[in-house]
Design a protein around this ligand. Structure first.
Ligand SMILES: O=C(O)CCC(=O)C(=O)O
Ligand SMILES: [Fe+2]
Length: 369
């Protein structure tokens, strides 16, 4: 008997009304079938091709590291570091976050376990064309578009009513591992949002409240090895349409690059650190003091890389605009008031490229939409 049909409450979920994405082949499957040639659809234009032989040197600037436990203890110096990290980098790593190695290990194992399934099994959890929950790829709108060298699994974790349980893999321990990890992410998120609220001259709870009923989604990225990593991108340049994103990456395989001072800078992983980045919503709320920074992921010839991004979004109907404490004569309001749903729909209808979501909040004539 199919319990999902028996139990009606399990079938209830909210479709993600953000947009659609065309189904594409699994890149992992291409590699499994030993593709020696990269299909044309994945080959980037010359100007977008990564320089994968670029190695950071000891002199390369390093993204800031925040000591989470000190921040949580109210340490003013650490909060100031957080301010500088958000302002000058849009990215920072956090250590001493209190998430155990076991929790991190379990969630990585669960994600690997899912992607290692045979394709036919994974397809049970495939994204439907008009809905973004599940296994597939996002932002694909045409047959001509250059595709990314990755497969993804996108799940809404909270609120529970937005969960589409039918696309949650029925693998032993998967749900428990993802939930346990996600609860930890919420604790870390709340502390960071609380501190950023204070930095913006607001009450500790303000930013959280400005999300309305916050959505917490997880995007699991799987980047198979690529026979010619110089020609493809695992994920193209983009900023996240989130308030903040908390990213867990492989301990010893780098791939993420951020656009720092107009240069692509690799982010070398620190084992068990959580990487946090400012998303477009926080850029708007802070009136551009904190900017969402473009980033991308490159691939390599030898190893699979995974990353797990906890994406925090405001509720669809929330109106976003800079907070009053961030507007004055020196810093006039730089963004239009936009409904989150309109901003994300606009971005999702485009090919993911650069800061498409923010474009919408800066456009002159978006008010009527
Ligand atoms: O894999 C990575 O390091 C980056 C992933 C990412 O940018 C995303 O999921 O938005
Ligand atoms: Fe991202």
């Amino acid at each position: 008997m199919d319990t999902r049909i028996e139990n009606n409450s399990e079938l209830k979920y909210e479709k993600i009304a953000w947009g659609t994405s065309l189904p594409v082949p699994s890149v992992q499957e291409l590699v499994r079938n030993d593709a020696k040639e990269i299909p044309l659809r994945y080959i980037q234009n010359n100007e977008n091709r990564p320089l994968t032989n670029f190695k950071s040197s000891p002199e390369s600037p390093k993204i800031p590291v925040i000591n989470f436990s000190q921040l949580a203890d109210g340490d003013e110096y650490e909060r100031k570091k957080l301010h500088l990290a958000c302002k000058e980098w849009g990215f920072f790593q956090i250590l001493n976050h209190g998430i155990t190695k076991e929790v991190i290990h379990k969630v990585k194992k669960a994600v690997f376990g899912f992607f290692e399934l045979p394709l036919i099994e994974k397809k049970k959890y495939a994204m439907e064309q008009d809905d973004l929950h599940g296994y597939g790829q996002a932002f694909v709108h045409s047959e001509e578009q250059t595709l990314e060298w990755s497969d993804i699994m996108f799940l809404i974790i909270y609120p529970l009513k937005s969960r589409k349980t039918m696309v949650w893999p029925e693998l032993p321990g998967f749900k428990e591992a993802v939930e346990e990890y996600s609860l930890n992410m919420e604790r870390v998120r709340d502390e960071i949002l609380g501190n950023i609220s204070l930095l913006l001259g607001l009450k500790r709870e303000s930013l959280k409240e400005m999300h309305g009923e916050m959505k917490h989604a997880v995007r699991m990225n799987y980047y198979p090895p690529c026979p010619n990593p110089d020609l493809v991108l695992g994920i193209g340049p983009h900023s996240d349409a989130t308030s903040i994103t908390l990213l867990l990456q492989d301990d010893d395989i780098s791939g993420l690059q951020i656009n720092h001072n107009q240069k692509w800078l690799p982010v070398n992983p620190i084992p068990n650190a959580i990487l946090v980045n400012v998303g477009d919503c926080l850029e708007i709320w802070s009136n551009g003091m904190y900017k969402s920074i473009e980033h991308r992921a490159v691939t390599n010839k030898e190893k699979v890389r995974i990353s797990i991004a906890a994406n925090m979004f405001p509720a669809d109907m929330m109106e976003l605009e800079p907070v009053e404490t961030m507007i004055d004569e020196q810093r006039p309001n730089m963004y239009k008031k936009v409904k989150f749903l309109d901003l994300i729909k606009y971005g999702m209808s485009k090919t993911m490229d650069g800061k498409i979501f923010i474009e919408y909040a800066k456009e002159e004539d978006n008010q009527g939409s």
